[in-house]
Design a protein around this ligand. Sequence first.
Ligand code: SF4
Ligand code: SF4
Ligand code: SF4
Length: 341
Amino acid sequence: MTKIKLAVAAGSYCGGCDMSIVALNEMLIPLEDAIDLQFWQFAADFKLKDVEKLKDGEIDITLFDGPIRTSEHIKTAHLFRKKSKIMIAYGSCACFGGIPQLANSYSAKEILDENYVHGYNMDDSGQNHMQPTSEYKKGRKMTLPKLLDSCLPLDTEVEVDYFVPGCPPVPGQWETLLDIISKFIKTGELPPKGTVIAGNTALCEECGRTKPDEIVINKFVRPYEVDPDPEICLLAQGIICLGPATRSGCGAKCTLNANVPCRGCFGPAPEVNDAGIKMLSAIASIAGAKKEGELGEEGLKALMDQVVDPFGTFYRFAVPEIMKQMKMAKKQVKHVSSKSK
Ligand code: SF4
Ligand code: SF4
Ligand code: SF4
């Protein structure tokens, strides 16, 4: 049997996505005869120089986890795109920017200064022990990859064929992924490009909690402030839950198993481009539904002001769509101007 040549490459990843593959346990057994592993630095000492020697398109499938954060990630993404027939963004960091994209509120210089010059790594005597402090202070050239000013999803850099969201993805998605791989081995057929390997509804559809016919929120509470009723929709209890704006497919792990709200790790629900805006408008309409007359604009603003860390709440896993569009537009301009030279 012809084996599928598989690689697992990474951008700015935490290792959780790779662990989600290791944690598949016995689901990995049938793969042993079907997969010829070309690269996976999390699992073994593979070298990039060996990938460079492969023919273009020689790798069948690359799973790429983590977003594009440094100049090295750009090179890695392009290398694996060139060498692979199919490129899959694996995990929410690669699909949408994930948790690391929260750093987009700061420039690369601010982040480096915070780490290496005056930040939280200082001891009581004012000495910063993080390396390479002295080199950075002296402005010496470092061999480290360049930290980019933005942290963006994989598809802002290279073409992506499929998306597997989740932080990290769950075994159910692997069942679909394995079906796709085995069909590809047998028939060469693949799903349409751009397919998202997860649910096709908003998470609320997957969550079995009872939703009152009308939800009216007068006050937001944080989960630690209350003892939430495990049967009733958390949003109806005044706890911000991103279920209405998030894609299903995780089995509503947080809301059903842990009695905590969804934070949106599966990314925007189908037909939703920007989960943050969708959620803000959902909350604004719920909060104002019955109470608009009483609350007025000021009252609504006061209610929304109760949201601690709005950016981290509504954009925890997915970069705002406008930021992605700006990056794509800049790339397009660069491409056109280099062609016209
Ligand atoms: S998606 Fe989550 S688990 Fe995967 S690399 Fe990003 S932070 Fe880690
Ligand atoms: S808002 Fe949250 S708790 Fe309510 S139904 Fe949707 S996913 Fe479940
Ligand atoms: S409930 Fe939300 S945050 Fe929790 S695993 Fe599912 S999508 Fe992610």
